[in-house]
Structure formats: structure tokens, C-alpha cells
Ligand binder design. Structure first.
Ligand SMILES: [Zn+2]
Length: 122
């Protein structure tokens, strides 16, 4: 049957996971990846995930405020954009319309970074 690895995105047979990796959904190969590289993938997933939600909660915002302080440049940037979006228009409904009207610059950033795809994800 195997299991899905949330880092490489592959469905891999059970023997490709160690005990610990199983519960974390990270295959053995990805476990050996440099920590920073793995962290970047995980945090990107997390940030994109917030835009998939119908509502970005206050708890999510607090988390994004931490991610903005990341020492990984790409994470800092993405978290900053989503944080701004969450503060202006926390609900997914009509988000793009609101941004088009009030913050076209931010809407453009969503497009350039590909974050917009997370918004359109169902
Ligand atoms: Zn993997």
C-alpha cells in the first residue's frame, strides 16, 4: 500500500519509511536531506495551506508572525505576503475582489509567487 511522503510528494512503499518517519510522513531519503532544505519545504507547504483555508484565524496569524522572522529568505517573503493578506481579508470569500480593489500590489505578489494557486485550490 505504501505511504505518502509530504516532503518529496511521492507515494512510497512502507520499507522506505523508518519508524519515526512513518508518523511524520517523511521517507528515509528525505529524512537525510539537510534540515534547512526540509524545513523550507515544510514551511512553504504550511504557508500555502493558509490560503487554501476558508478563513485565516488569529492563531494562524500569530504563527505567520513567527514565520516572518524565519532565517530562510523565501519563507520570510511568503509569510510576509500571506500575513498582509490575512490582516486585510482573512476570509477566502471575495478575497481576490477585495485585494483587486484595495491592494492591487498585494494581489500581484500573490500571482508572482504562485500563492494564488493555493487560493484556487479546493
Ligand atoms: Zn520523501
Amino acid at each position: 500500500m505504501g505511504q505518502y511522503c509530504r516532503i518529496c510528494g511521492r507515494n512510497r512503499p512502507n520499507e522506505k519509511f523508518s519508524g519515526k518517519g512513518h508518523s511524520k510522513h517523511i521517507c528515509k531519503e528525505c529524512t537525510r536531506m539537510p534540515k534547512k532544505e526540509r524545513e523550507e519545504i515544510e514551511k512553504k507547504d504550511e504557508i500555502f495551506g493558509y490560503l487554501k483555508q476558508s478563513h485565516i484565524s488569529q492563531k494562524n496569524i500569530t504563527r505567520l508572525q513567527k514565520l516572518v522572522l524565519s532565517d530562510i529568505e523565501s519563507i520570510k517573503k511568503l509569510a510576509g505576503i500571506v500575513l498582509e493578506v490575512a490582516e486585510i481579508t482573512p476570509y477566502k470569500k471575495r478575497r481576490l475582489k477585495n485585494l483587486a480593489r484595495e491592494r492591487r500590489d498585494l494581489l500581484e505578489k500573490l500571482e508572482v509567487t504562485g500563492l494564488i494557486y493555493a487560493h484556487h485550490y479546493y
